[in-house]
Design a protein around this ligand. Structure first.
Ligand code: AP5
Ligand code: ZN
Length: 220
């Protein structure tokens, strides 16, 4: 099935997507991860997206829809996929629907993670990621084993599985976050009305295990 994992920055999309992948055996497609990979590789898309992402704005619909269209043609998407961070505007949603309609497919469920804005700042500012795998940690809420009660630094924050250093995202600052939240409320929330009939709202302002229990209940 095709699932949209929806929610503001820091709501837990990246935290829960890998578990849905395990549960339903379809890949996670994160436009944020794909764009960060393009920036790191210095591709044309990456060059266009870099400054917009750092400031917390939205990359143009044409660029992200282009990336998604290419990706969903791949073999591993034949039985469905989990969209993380896409669509993010009503126009992106309409373009996705049109693209899926060509092969008589449609989105099965929108899982909307709800968290109040004031909780998101602490989550975002304490996040550390393992770039190669996309695994996400938090210095307080989801510390790696290596931290062992010490202060979070690049030396103490290491990936549990590989031991490689974790890093912080360049848009995980208070300034960029306020732009990201503004874009979320103005441009992304209206998508919920577009998909009204298939939206399941989940209270994501709980510990990770409780959020996951609720997500599992609404998986198609
Ligand atoms: P993207 O990468 O999608 O970022 P985002 O939407 O801002 O979401 P985040 O990745 O910050 O949050 P998340 O929900 O994944 O949270 P996580 O699980 O990591 O996009 C980045 C940028 O790319 C955009 O700003 C835009 O410029 C561009 N872009 C991407 N897609 C686009 C599109 N479609 N159109 C246009 N532009 C696009 O959790 C966060 C932290 O909290 C972690 O440390 C985690 O451990 C912790 N945590 C998670 N859940 C809990 C919990 N229940 N309790 C305590 N801590 C928790
Ligand atoms: Zn994410």
């Amino acid at each position: 099935s095709i699932i949209i994992l929806f929610g503001p920055p820091g709501s837990g999309k990246g935290t829960h997507a890998p578990k849905i992948v395990e549960e339903i055996g379809a890949p996670q497609l994160s436009t944020g991860d794909m764009l960060r990979a393009a920036v790191a590789a210095g591709t044309e898309v990456g060059t266009k997206a870099k400054a917009v992402m750092e400031s917390g704005g939205l990359v143009s619909d044409d660029i992200v829809v282009g990336i998604i269209k290419d990706r969903i043609q791949e073999d591993d998407c034949a039985k469905g996929f989990i969209l993380d961070g896409f669509p993010r505007t009503v126009d992106q949603a309409k373009m996705l629907d049109a693209c899926l309609a060509e092969t008589s497919e449609k989105v099965a469920r929108v899982i909307a993670l709800q968290v109040p804005d004031d909780v998101l700042t602490e989550r975002i500012c304490g996040r550390w990621i393992h770039k190669a795998s996309g695994r996400s940690y938090h210095s307080k809420f989801a510390p790696p084993k290596s931290l062992a009660g010490r202060d979070p630094t690049p030396e103490t924050m290491l990936d549990d599985e590989t031991g490689e250093p974790l890093m912080q995202r360049s848009d995980d600052t208070e300034e960029a976050l306020s732009q990201r939240l503004q874009a979320y409320h103005a441009q992304t929330v209206p998508i919920l009305e577009h998909y009204e009939a298939i939206v399941s709202v989940v209270d994501a302002n709980q510990d990770v295990a409780s959020v996951w229990t609720e997500i599992e209940k609404v998986l198609p």
